[in-house]
Design a binder for this molecule. Structure first.
Ligand code: NAD
Ligand code: UFG
Length: 337
């Protein structure tokens, strides 16, 4: 079985390609390297001992995609390709709509042209907006408060309409909670450009002395210690969830939506403490004001994922912190080509 992974050079894609290769799948990767480096694909090959057929291309480039589908008999597609920074999406909404929405439209059109009808899509817990309660089940109301979130929600609508119009499609919408951590080898991991926006890559930069302290965005939320609570999931667990989703598509299940989370929420302070434990010394932090747009609490009800695709996150918070830190200590400047 051959899987096309778009955006495979990125953080989640690179970990997923390893799991696919380990599970006997052949992998073709299309990535324009707009937010990643080729060395990540080389590391995937090094870790797995297997080859990835790599194409440097933008998924909006129809001819480039046609070439890939002509040269390979693709069974299923996993689409990671897209922009993902919430703040940037507010400054550059048109670029986000164009890349994320137009990108998947071109991809679907070329899939249809070549009779490929199995698709896994990276959605996000952001589509739940500010949930009325926790844990969050897949049938919660959906909303969006920024252009990035809107692209995810609109694509979910597009995929639902596509399936209604052609039920030969098998579509897996995976709503990720907060992926963190890295491959235990320390060879691949998250490599954001500039100062990280997300909590964990920020903390690991503080751990290696690249940043002075962690800014905690608010301690007056209605949570046990006042800081924001999230469902952090090890990227290795998340990657395994994709293999299960691909296997499920082979059973021709139609369209399904699952949360990929652990079902456990940790606060920002708990995260700082967990990293202090992994590092063996206190991670410095300062409490500051809330970040506009943040919600108090978000964690998954993961029971449908377990029931429907057999997914259950196995790795602990200690595993996540150890592996994230190991990656950052081995690669203080991220990937260097
Ligand atoms: P990433 O930026 O590391 O990976 C995305 C990859 O897609 C990058 O390698 C980038 O170069 C590539 N890309 C972007 N636009 C492209 C295009 N038009 N054509 C080809 N390649 C393109 O991001 P990630 O964290 O690995 O996220 C993967 C997917 O999961 C994204 O769609 C993201 O929105 C979604 N997601 C991520 C998170 C998270 O916290 N990381 C949470 C929920 C959902
Ligand atoms: N936080 C800090 N300091 C920081 C960064 C974050 O205190 O420097 C806090 C936030 O206020 C929040 C928590 O840490 O309470 C997590 O923040 P992240 O930015 O790491 O993650 P978010 O939950 O805000 O958002 C992430 C992705 C979204 C995605 C969402 C759900 O950035 O794209 O998870 O998957 F939609």
């Amino acid at each position: 079985m051959k899987i096309l992974v778009t955006g495979g050079a990125g953080y989640i894609g690179s970990h997923t390609m390893i799991k696919l290769l380990e599970n006997g799948y052949e992998v073709v990767c299309v990535d324009d390297l707009s937010n990643s480096k080729m060395i990540a694909v080389k590391k995937v090959e090094e870790i797995s001992g297997k080859k990835v057929d790599f194409y440097k291309a933008d998924i909006r480039d129809r001819e480039a995609l046609r070439k890939v589908f002509t040269e390979h008999k693709i069974d299923s597609v996993i689409n990671f390709a897209g922009y993902k920074a919430v703040g940037e999406s507010c400054a550059k909404p048109i670029e986000y709509y164009d890349n994320n929405i137009y990108g998947i439209l071109v991809l679907i059109e070329v899939m249809r042209e070549f009779g490929v009808k199995n698709l896994v899509f990276s959605s996000s817990a952001t589509v739940y907006g500010n949930p009325h309660k926790v844990p969050i089940t897949e049938d919660f109301p959906l909303s969006t408060s920024n252009p990035y979130g809107s692209t995810k929600l609109f694509i979910e609508y597009i995929l639902k309409d596509l399936y209604k119009s052609d039920n030969e499609f098998n579509i897996s919408i995976l709503r990720y909670f907060n992926p963190i951590g890295a491959h235990p080898s320390g060879k691949i991991g998250e490599d954001p450009n500039g100062i990280p926006n997300n909590l964990c890559p920020y903390i690991t930069k503080v751990c290696v002395g690249k940043l002075p302290f962690v800014n905690i965005f608010g301690d007056d939320y209605p949570t046990p210690d006042g800081t924001g609570v999230r469902d952090y999931i090890h990227v290795e667990d998340l990657a395994e969830g994709h293999v299960l989703a691909v296997k499920k598509l082979e059973e021709k299940p139609g369209l399904f939506i699952v949360n990929l989370g652990t079902g456990v929420g940790y606060s920002v302070l708990e995260m700082v403490n967990a990293f202090s434990k992994a590092l063996g010394k206190e991670v410095p932090y300062k409490i500051g004001p809330r970040r506009p747009g943040d919600i108090p609490m978000c964690y998954a009800d993961p029971s449908f994922a377990e029931e429907f695709i057999g997914f259950k996150a196995k790795r602990t918070l200690d595993d996540m912190c150890r592996d994230a830190l190991n990656w950052q200590l081995n690669n203080p400047d991220g990937y260097v080509e």
